[in-house]
Ligand binder design. Structure first.
Ligand SMILES: Nc1ncnc2c1ncn2[C@@H]1O[C@H](COP(=O)(O)OP(=O)(O)OP(=O)(O)O)[C@@H](O)[C@H]1O
Ligand SMILES: [Mg+2]
Length: 308
């Protein structure tokens, strides 16, 4: 079983309308609600591929109940910690005039007691799983070193940990040397403290990071593909061009794919190819974390791997 952690989940609400006008009554034509947040997306993808998933993090209020119901519907094992506040909604208003407006709630504050409960729930969950994926931002009230703590607990229980986050949470999280991190270029630049101008520099920066004890630094490069930096080699998976509908959730697809490959014990060459294919196939659907499964299979043969 794979455990996915989402510390700040969200209900992703998409509205369509003619035009959005400030200071006016705006009537929406359609609304669509889905369970979101990076670890939730990873869980959704793993379930699409039929993997056993346990999912944890903080949920509160009606929005929290909605997310839990969505996770139960896809038969993910729910181990969420309840908070007094309301889980956030992230609102996207798509207007006919071409403007897309995002309204993002801050999400609930987590109290010291709720955090303590979460750590206890996490320890229980870890004891039933083989691998843990921690993704996304940290809710208010949670210390920046939370991922470091979770990695340390996971490692102690013998689990490999994959960490996919950004900023301070990532910086603190890597202090405990997770098995794998998946920064995009901007996140990697933040970690090393300077801009990286080409693949050569990105590879060097990732190699330097590996020296802190991280086994695998996997850098995602948007449509330029994926750079895998391990002890033995640097491999660059180049993505074929895909008719892109929505790139949200691409990072989550990469992480989900690697989690599956690690459980299966696949070699890195195969794992990388699969991750590039699945993440490219994610861009072909409107819903984030919804993989066009047949397309992913077709793309597999089109991914080129260059040894650097
Ligand atoms: N336009 C695209 N066409 C094909 N593949 C893509 C495209 N955009 C992203 N991908 C694939 O998805 C992977 C992850 O994307 P990206 O680097 O944008 O992640 P990210 O910045 O972490 O995104 P997010 O955190 O929003 O999911 C890429 O490495 C690539 O394999
Ligand atoms: Mg990302």
């Amino acid at each position: 079983m794979i455990l996915t952690i989402t510390l700040n989940p969200a209900v992703d609400k998409t509205y369509t309308t003619g035009a959005l006008m400030l200071g006016q009554v705006n009537r929406m034509r359609t609304v669509n609600n889905i369970a979101g947040g990076k670890g939730i997306n990873v869980a959704k993808i793993l379930r699409q591929y039929g993997y056993d998933v346990m999912t944890a993090g903080f949920l509160g209020g009606y929005t929290g109940e909605f997310i839990e119901a969505c996770m139960r519907e896809i038969h993910a094992h729910c181990r969420f910690t309840k908070v007094a506040g309301e889980t956030r909604s992230s609102i996207n208003v798509i207007a006919e005039d071409g403007y897309v407006t995002e309204i993002l709630e801050p999400g609930p504050s987590v109290s010291a007691q709720e955090l303590e409960q979460f750590v206890a729930d996490y320890k229980n969950a870890v004891s039933e799983c083989e691998l843990v994926v921690m993704s996304g931002s940290v809710a208010k009230g949670i210390p920046a070193d939370i991922y470091g703590q979770l990695v340390a607990i996971g490692k102690k229980a013998g689990l490999r940990c994959i960490l996919d986050t950004s900023g301070e949470a990532l910086l603190h999280g890597i202090k405990e040397a997770p098995f794998m991190i998946k920064p995009n270029q901007k996140e990697l630049e933040y970690l090393v403290g300077h801009r990286l101008k080409d693949i050569g520099e990105i590879g060097e920066a990732a190699k330097k990071l590996r020296k802190t004890g991280i086994e695998h630094v996997l850098v995602s490069l948007g449509k330029k593909g994926l750079l895998s930096v391990t002890e033995n080699e640097i491999l660059w998976a180049k993505t074929p061009s895909v008719k892109t509908v929505n790139t949200v959730g691409c990072g989550d697809s990469v992480v989900a794919s690697y989690a599956m490959s690690l459980l299966k014990g696949e070699d890195n060459y195969t794992s990388l190819k699969r991750a590039a294919a699945i993440s490219a196939a994610n861009t072909a659907t409107l819903e984030s974390g919804d993989i066009a499964l047949e397309l992913a299979e077709e793309l597999l043969d089109k991914i080129q791997i260059e040894k650097r």
